[in-house]
Unconditional design. Sequence first.
Length: 94
Amino acid sequence: MIYAGHSGFGIDLDPDVLANKLDVDDIADLTNKSRYQIFFFLACHSYLYYKDAYVKLKGGLKNLDIVTVGLSSPVAGVFHVVRALFDSVISWAE
């Protein structure tokens, strides 16, 4: 999952909030413990707001990597950061 936008002070992507907005299939995808997933949060302070919530959501770090931002994240250059992540993941998968 890739998200680039406002962190919403920890509310926008809070799993409990999303549970009320997503359909059952999307929630099942997020919580599937046997499926390897990368969560990439390009949003201000996303480490503080989302890291623990998504580790808890997946039941631990098995099959999970989380990329977050520690402080503020400028909008300029977002494309290059997302592209670098895609390139790295695709290269690793091949």
